[in-house]
Design a protein around this ligand. Structure first.
Ligand code: CA
Ligand code: CA
Length: 82
């Protein structure tokens, strides 16, 4: 039942900043190692075993990287929201 939440440009810019922050090697994609760091910061309670599962869930096209679009979708879903 979740509505497709519209993000404002300002929100997208914020998310972009986070994405760039966690994209340590600045290749425009978040790999599994970068994702682990991200989770450590955003969601410290995540169990190690769930990391790969979570990564696979976000990596919609299954290429082994999270690109900004996939990251944005994940964000919109509010997976980590408190
Ligand atoms: Ca990267
Ligand atoms: Ca991907």
């Amino acid at each position: 039942m979740s509505q497709d939440k519209k993000l404002t440009d300002a929100q997208i810019a914020e998310i972009r900043k986070d994405f760039d922050f966690f994209d340590r090697d600045l290749n425009g994609q978040i790999d599994l190692h970068e994702f682990i760091e991200l989770l450590t910061v955003l969601s410290p309670k995540t169990k190690a075993g769930n990391v790969q599962e979570g990564f696979a869930m976000i990596d919609e096209n299954g290429d082994g990287f999270i690109d900004f679009e996939e990251f944005l979708d994940w964000w919109k879903d509010g997976w980590w929201e408190y």
